[in-house]
Write a protein that binds this ligand. Structure first.
Ligand code: MF3
Ligand code: CO
Ligand code: CO
Length: 288
């Protein structure tokens, strides 16, 4: 990239002089790149304006999940949940990101029991007492994305199902605790995998978290397994999801012919929790 002078027009096309626009941010990135020893891609560190946008979209995502949490119960179809999410999202002036995403047909993902993720809501799948049900909500507000999911326990669930759901939640919590500048993505995956396997469960490796901002799935890929100190270094201003999928049995998944629904290869249970996270100067902020 050619170096701009302070008084040149900024590269972003704003029409402002470089010094009044992206110069400080570029200098900051240059300093960080020097510290970590590789060129940090510009899009991975968000501006304060972008962070504000992601924060608002994430707050709405949380609100939608709170609404679902209040209403979800045995006896309704997964299509009903989709309807709630869709209507609430558009009523708030936002758009449900899954709808039309690479051809995905619905506004949210609802994944029951052995469905690992990307369950497609429909009239025929009825939520029953004892089910564990993941609802994954992503909304686009003013061009910014927020992405989060929770696994709900419906009525009286078995002890083993409850333990799996609580373990997946604890995996997310432990992963988030690793988020601070100069830790790595590998640290996050390491603690998640360590805790899940200590409980006799396995971690899905075919799917991971992801950078998020003006797009649904941005770089980096965030694996939920890993080694300490490996992978990308975390820096203030990065925004990404952590969303471990924890399986009762084997970690392998199979995809149905609908090309979306991912199920455990052995038919055993799977649970997941997801948050959108911001790396701050001294740690993290959970945006959802
Ligand atoms: N919300 C999911 C995630 O956490 C992605 C769903 S993609 C969809 O990354 F198309 F199925 F909606
Ligand atoms: Co996600
Ligand atoms: Co999601």
């Amino acid at each position: 990239m050619n170096k701009l002078n302070r008084n040149d027009a900024c590269w972003c096309g704003s029409g402002l002089k470089y010094k009044k626009c992206h110069m400080d941010q570029d200098l900051y990135l240059e300093k960080l790149s020097h510290q970590v020893g590789y060129e940090i891609p510009r899009d991975i560190i968000k501006s304060s304006e972008d962070i504000e946008g992601i924060r608002k979209a994430s707050a709405l995502t949380r609100e939608i999940l709170d609404m679902v949490e209040e209403k979800i119960c045995a006896g309704i179809s997964t299509e009903e949940v989709n309807k709630w999410v869709h209507e609430y999202t558009v009523a708030k002036g936002a758009y449900p990101a899954p709808l039309g995403y690479h051809g995905y047909p619905k506004s949210t993902c609802v994944s029951l029991n052995d469905v690992v993720c990307h369950g497609i809501p429909n009239e025929n799948t009825i939520i029953k007492d004892g089910d564990i049900v993941n609802v994954d909500v992503t909304c686009i507000l003013d061009g910014y994305y927020g992405d989060s999911n929770r696994t709900f326990m419906i009525g009286s669930v078995s002890d083993k199902a409850r333990d799996l759901v609580e373990t997946a939640k604890e995996c997310l919590r432990r992963g988030i605790e690793e988020v601070k500048p100069f830790n790595t993505l590998g640290d996050i995956g390491f603690v998640i995998n360590e805790y899940a396997t200590s409980k006799g469960y396995s971690v899905v490796y075919d799917f991971g978290g992801h950078g998020i901002g003006n797009e649904f799935h941005e770089d980096p890929f965030v694996p939920h397994i890993g080694e300490r100190g490996e992978g990308m270094i975390l820096l203030p201003g990065m925004t990404f999801t952590i969303e471990p999928m924890i399986n009762e049995g084997v970690p392998e998944v199979e995809i149905w012919e609908d090309e979306w629904t991912a199920v455990t290869a052995d038919g055993k249970l799977s649970a997941q929790w997801e948050h959108t996270i911001l790396v701050t100067e001294n740690g993290y902020e959970i945006l959802t």
